[in-house]
Design a protein. Structure first.
Length: 447
């Protein structure tokens, strides 16, 4: 059996991180026990063999509770299929199951098989964490040197880990793409994107989450790049553009597989087979901050950017892109809108003017505003069981009905105290929230 052989460093030191003791409830909090590598030391190496042929051929069922395998969830739409959780906290406030710290950053949560994964930065090093979902205890942690890239933000990783069967894929803030064996954290392969594609670290760093489709891994590296997910070998690279900060969206139309990516020049649509660019739609934004993932629905593609750029709904006919509407009524700075029952729900406005950002409901067909609600700053949201799950930029967790007629709040609960720009994630009746300082909290909402 052909296998991939690699060298891994032994963990050099063990120590505990004390978790935050403050909690808005009387629920018992648990401590996140941290095991970090010491980059100052040079420990002996050990030989480890990892083979893709040993991976199970079965895939995780999409509707499995507690399964959120990558950015935007199992169906790539920001919507959870879970129904067994409490949205109304008026009679029974939520419990904080545990709190912990994972380092500076904006990386969201991915989850499968009772484990959660995220990333953080501390003192010149970035870490990938595998944690017990029930306790927050560390199962494994891998640490490596990385740039903070903190221009006008806290810095640290912004990409979300991607789970693909027996392997985990991550992208550091300075473009170190890594494939891990998910059970052990052993490194299978890694690729430095700046070296491979002769580029500098973009102004705001690398924040594209790895996208896996079949045997290919897709990532933004100043262009769309396709790699063999087993080895990291390049399969193709598309037309170069000014790097953006979002993740590509995959879709199929009339039997052809495509990728849509919003970079800082345009929306580009390319074939997944060879990277051939089929169509583009100019979409340069002020300050070069295009950061969102295109939303695909049938033959339409929705894009949105901040700094007064606005949004567009485009029709794609396998050859060209044509705008159905463009306006400035949904200006997503960096967090995606979510499409639910023919309406977009998202934050309209910029982080530097959080007081005037509005949670907005936009009609998908017309682009008209249905309603707006203030008070969340440049927060984020996901949807589950017909409910909006909102995390304000000051750490208040809110539930509201996903109703296009009006904003209808259900409950709210303070969970964090620092800057919160990372989308909350619902898994197995628990909501995981983090702030840019690295405080991570698990809120128990099980029935």
């Amino acid at each position: 059996m052909k296998s991939i052989t690699l060298y891994l460093f032994l963990i050099a030191s063990l120590f505990n991180h004390a978790c935050s003791e403050s909690s808005p409830t009387s629920a018992e909090t648990r401590q996140l026990r941290s095991t970090e590598q010491n980059p100052e030391q040079s420990p002996p190496v050990t030989l480890v063999e990892v083979s893709f042929k040993d991976a199970r051929s079965s895939t995780h069922p999409k509707k499995k509770a507690g399964y959120w395998p990558h950015w935007l969830g199992p169906d790539y739409n920001g919507i959870s299929p879970e129904t067994d959780w409490r949205a109304d906290w008026s009679d029974k406030p939520p419990q904080i199951l545990w709190r912990g710290t994972v380092g500076t950053g904006y990386s969201s949560i991915s989850a499968a098989d009772g484990r959660i994964y995220t990333m953080g930065h501390k003192a010149g090093n970035e870490s990938v964490y595998c944690l017990e979902a029930d306790t927050g205890d560390i199962i494994w942690q891998k640490t490596y040197p990385a740039e903070l890239v903190s221009r006008l933000n806290a810095g640290g990783p912004g990409a979300t880990p991607t789970i693909d069967r027996e392997f985990l894929y991550t992208n550091s803030r300075d473009g170190r793409l890594i494939c891990f064996e998910i059970k052990t954290g052993n490194i299978v392969w890694q690729k430095q994107l700046t070296e491979a594609y002769q580029m500098k670290v973009p102004e705001w760093g690398f924040t594209c989450s790895p996208l896996i489709k079949g045997e290919k891994l897709f990532v933004e590296a100043g262009r769309l790049v396709a790699l063999d997910k087993k080895t990291g070998k390049e399969l193709w690279k598309s037309t170069p553009h000014m790097p953006g900060y979002g993740t590509p969206a995959a879709f199929t139309m009339n039997g052809t597989d495509y990728l849509a990516l919003l970079n800082n020049d345009c929306l580009t649509v390319a074939q997944t087979t060879d990277g051939k660019e089929i169509a583009t739609f100019d979409w340069a934004s002020p300050f070069d901050t295009n950061s969102t993932t295109p939303i695909i629905d049938g033959k339409t593609i929705f894009i949105s950017s901040g700094y007064q750029k606005g949004c567009a709904l485009l029709d794609f006919d396998n050859l060209k892109l044509k705008a159905r509407f463009t306006n400035r009524d949904m200006r997503n700075h960096f967090n995606n809108s979510v499409l639910y029952q023919k309406h977009f729900y998202g934050m309209d406005g910029n982080s530097n003017l959080g007081r005037i950002v509005r949670l907005t409901c936009l009609d998908q067909q017309t682009g008209k505003i249905k309603w707006r609600e203030a008070g969340f700053g440049c927060g984020s949201l996901m949807i589950a069981n017909g409910k909006l799950i909102i995390l304000s930029d000051t750490g208040t967790l809110v539930t509201a009905k996903a109703n296009s007629n009006s904003y209808q709040e259900i409950s709210r609960f303070k969970v964090l105290d620092h800057q919160c720009w990372t989308v909350p994630v619902l898994c197995a009746g628990r909501i995981y929230c983090r702030d840019s300082a690295g405080n991570l909290v698990c809120v128990d909402l099980r029935l």
